[in-house]
Write a protein that binds this ligand. Structure first.
Ligand SMILES: *Cc1c(COP(=O)(O)O)cnc(C)c1O
Length: 397
């Protein structure tokens, strides 16, 4: 039986059956179970910040797992402290950290903070964005503004009101002094790497300040250098009240973090929240290696610079099927005029490039922050061939 057949027989069908098994990788190069080498332009969905098998990550994780892999929260460990201190040095205001194991768990922490804040101050509802994505657990799902993944599991016990993303007037109308928190992604990832108009986050900050509402930024996909800054909100100079992180933070090891700023860092009392694995020293050591390597190797600047080159390279193809390129840094969506993203993803894979058809009309790119101009050139060559295969000059095959 093939790996695909065994996967299908053993697993729940929630993902469908992926087209390829991966065996190993170095940098942007991964080897498939089909024996072929691929250029990884999706990075495990914006997770593999340093690429695959980066020596700093391998060393940090190997040393930590050999020293002690788990302490639980009955005991503390130095890697979790070093990581928390490092994160606090990267944000623009004093805060406190909770460490979780995934993005959805980071948002559960943020949601519980918001609920407790709301109960304390007579604020019974929360505002979130249409088409936003915050995760799959029931709390995070109740904030997720996509009917297709949400409605069949509702109704939810939390009063969440949805507003159109990027519309400051709609936000202003929805947020009153009875609102506990606004949950928003600085750029919506799963919705198709969609950015709001310039000034939107600043407007959201002002609306929240005027009403005493918590501004919760879900930067699970957008942070840790993805857009060329540590955090996407730093491009607008906005400081959130609560910030959630995950994906790129662990460089491939599971970790999530929730930061609460100022006095909000003390909303939880002892016993209010917890996680057996949260703060585990192996994931913490991995995240610390990611952050220190980004800093040491200048990967924020690299993401910004190579990201611009990537957009320019795709735009220079001036292919009639391509409507445009969205996104900043090494986080893009190639937007097509037609709903051909799945075919383009497959054609790229045939040409040795991994990307992700995240919308019917958009292919997502989130390559490691170590991506070079040469990698972009290799990608653009494959993209040219893939577009020709999908849109043959004489018409569709
Ligand atoms: C991926 C993602 C999540 C969920 O993270 P998981 O680790 O899959 O639970 C939440 N919010 C955003 C913005 C994401 O991109």
């Amino acid at each position: 039986m093939s790996l695909q057949q065994r996967y299908e027989a053993a697993f729940m069908p929630n993902y469908g059956v992926p087209p390829l098994a991966l065996i190993s990788g170095t940098g942007l190069r991964v080897t498939g179970a089909d024996g072929r080498s691929y250029l990884d332009f999706i990075g495990g969905i914006a997770v593999s910040s340093l690429g695959h098998a980066h020596p700093a990550l391998v060393e940090a994780v190997s040393a930590q797992v050999a020293a002690i892999a788990h302490t639980s929260n009955l005991f503390l460990n130095e890697p979790e402290i070093l990581l928390a201190e490092k994160l606090l040095s990267l944000v623009d205001a004093p805060a406190r950290v909770f460490l979780a194991n995934s993005g959805t768990e980071a948002n559960e922490c943020a949601l519980k903070l918001a609920i407790k804040y709301g109960k304390t101050h007579g604020r019974p509802y929360i505002v979130a964005m249409e088409n936003g994505f915050h995760g799959r657990t029931l709390g995070a799902l109740s904030l997720t503004g996509k009917a297709a993944i949400r409605d069949q599991f509702g109704p939810f016990p939390i009063d969440v009101r949805f507003v159109p993303f990027g519309d400051a007037d709609a936000l202003k109308a929805a947020v009153t002094s009875e609102c506990a928190a606004v949950f928003v992604e600085p750029t919506q990832g799963e919705a198709g790497v969609v950015s709001p108009p310039a000034g939107y986050l600043t407007a959201a900050r002002e609306i929240c300040d005027a009403t005493g509402t918590l501004l919760v930024l879900d930067e699970i996909q957008s942070a840790i250098g993805r857009t060329g800054a540590w955090f996407a909100h730093q491009h607008e100079g906005v400081v959130p009240d609560v910030l959630t992180l995950a994906k790129g933070l662990g460089g491939g090891l599971p970790i999530g973090a929730c930061l609460a700023f100022g006095e909000h860092g003390a909303i939880f009392a002892k016993g209010d929240h917890g996680s057996t694995f949260g703060g585990n020293p192996v994931s913490a050591a991995a995240a610390l290696a990611v952050l220190t390597t980004i800093e040491k190797d200048g990967l924020l600047a690299n993401a910004a610079e190579v990201g611009e080159y990537l957009t320019a390279s795709i735009e220079a193809l001036a292919h009639p099927a391509v409507a445009g390129v969205r996104g900043r840094g090494l986080w893009k969506a190639i937007v097509l005029h037609a709903e051909d993203a799945a075919a383009l993803e497959a054609a790229l894979r045939e040409r040795g490039v991994l990307a992700n058809a995240l919308r019917p009309d958009a292919v997502r790119l989130a390559p490691p922050l170590v991506t070079t101009r040469d990698d972009v050139d290799a990608f653009t060559t494959a993209l040219t061939g893939a577009l020709t295969a999908c849109y043959p000059p004489g018409g569709r095959p």
